[in-house]
Design a protein around this ligand. Structure first.
Ligand SMILES: C[S@@+](CC[C@H](N)C(=O)[O-])C[C@H]1O[C@@H](n2cnc3c(N)ncnc32)[C@H](O)[C@@H]1O
Length: 182
């Protein structure tokens, strides 16, 4: 989608490839505000934070294990990831400009005025209805770029189906990141 500048990367566990991280690193500098849907360990967030010193970043993720069978007194993996993510923000000295919203995409979208953010990066749920819902919720909120992960991935074909139907002919791609400039 654009000329990439090198990003030294991170070794956080996640699904983003190096060229995709580099894209996020480069695009962050062009935005005043970014909402990321689906943060997990913060692999993509690290690139967004590193790419700019001033961009306001909102990280949306419920960090909630779906495994009902986990013993109640055991700290869940999601809780562990959440705490690790907060630790990462601290070590990057990024706490002031990163707002953590521990909730779902749909609930978080209600907190934002229309046209109040420059970019949204959608990497939460990947099923058809969820992707549709994310796009419908967030499109009105965005000024410049609506984007997401896992476009043209065999394991989650619904992403491409929904994105192509909604933005026919306007979709730009970097790795498996899709984006539509508004
Ligand atoms: C594929 S992972 C995100 C990967 C991350 N962007 C990275 O760079 O590694 C998907 C994340 O979406 C989160 N998630 C699940 N349901 C969600 C929802 N309704 N809204 C927002 N995030 C959700 C999960 O908790 C999980 O951490």
């Amino acid at each position: 989608m654009q000329q990439l500048h090198p990003y030294k990367g991170n070794d956080l566990c996640g699904w983003m490839y190096d060229d995709e991280l580099e894209f996020l690193y480069n695009i962050a500098n062009q935005m005043e505000s970014i909402v990321e849907i689906g943060t997990f360990n913060g692999r993509s967030t690290h690139a967004l934070i590193s790419g700019s010193k001033v961009t306001k970043i909102y990280c949306v993720d419920p960090w909630q294990d779906q495994s009902e069978w986990l013993p109640k007194d055991t700290q869940s993996k999601a809780e562990y990831r959440y705490r690790g993510f907060l630790q990462m923000l601290k070590s990057m000295k990024a706490e002031d400009r990163v707002t953590v919203l521990r909730t779902t995409s749909v609930e978080a979208s209600k907190l934002f005025e229309d046209k109040s953010i420059d970019m949204v990066f959608i990497d939460g749920l990947h099923e058809l209805e969820a992707v549709q819902e994310d796009i419908e919720c967030w499109l009105p909120k965005v000024n410049k770029l609506i984007s997401g992960h896992d476009y043209e991935q065999m394991v989650c074909p619904d992403v491409k189906t929904v994105v192509d139907k909604k933005f026919n002919g306007k979709v730009k791609v970097c790795g498996t990141i899709w984006g539509v400039w508004l």
